[in-house]
Design a binder for this molecule. Sequence first.
Ligand code: ADP
Ligand code: ADP
Length: 222
Amino acid sequence: SDVLRLAGVSKTYGKDGPAPVEVLHGLELNVARGEVVALVAPSGAGKSTLLHIAGLLDTPDSGLVELNGRDMHGLPDRARTEARRRELGFVYQFHHLLPEFSAAENIILPQLANGVGAGMAAKRAAELLDRVGMAHRADHRPAQLSGGEQQRVAFCRALANEPSLLLADEPTGNLDPETSDRVFEVLMGLVRETGLSALIATHNHALAERMDRVIRLGEDIS
Ligand code: ADP
Ligand code: ADP
């Protein structure tokens, strides 16, 4: 079964202006359960638009968006927010951790917001940090961590609520090549271990080739 299904998805910016811009052009994209899909797109091809639509932050002008078999069209804002919180995990180029909280707290807080008890949340945070080799950094704040360590904590946070789909935008794009490689391995290990599905945008072709399938935007599509 597909975790994510986009069918015939298009978005037009500036519809009512003099120079409308259509992106995605009826895109078809499925992500199966447990599948890790790379998204490779030159700048301007619509990568951000696609991630926003898949992340339920934006809606297409036409086409179907299904998350875990459920049609997202016309869903009220509250239900979309709920689906985002429960079913999706997000990772960006920059870690976006809360600076005044420790690594563990950054992983605990989204669980509390989802109704998980404090004890369970702390246990899960500790387990996740351990899996990414960060147990010894649990009480450190983001500023006390290296770039690679910050991203590893961000991965843990994205997985805190056991989402079914991880959406990542250049998750190692901010790191030097060697660190990027190592941290990417950590992310893939975590994804594989949990059976998570992922859509990972990257400019790094070597990393893209290590995923199950590569989707290219802005080529062969017009
Ligand atoms: P990418 O992330 O691949 O660079 P985007 O999805 O951000 O691409 O944008 C795709 C195209 O849509 C670009 O040509 C961009 O200029 C245009 N676009 C994006 N957002 C807007 C907007 N809010 N208003 C008008 N045009 C936009
Ligand atoms: P990495 O190999 O992950 O890039 P670094 O070589 O940058 O790690 O950092 C080595 C160690 O120094 C890390 O364990 C990190 O916790 C610590 N460290 C890095 N930057 C800082 C900082 N600004 N303040 C305190 N400790 C730091």
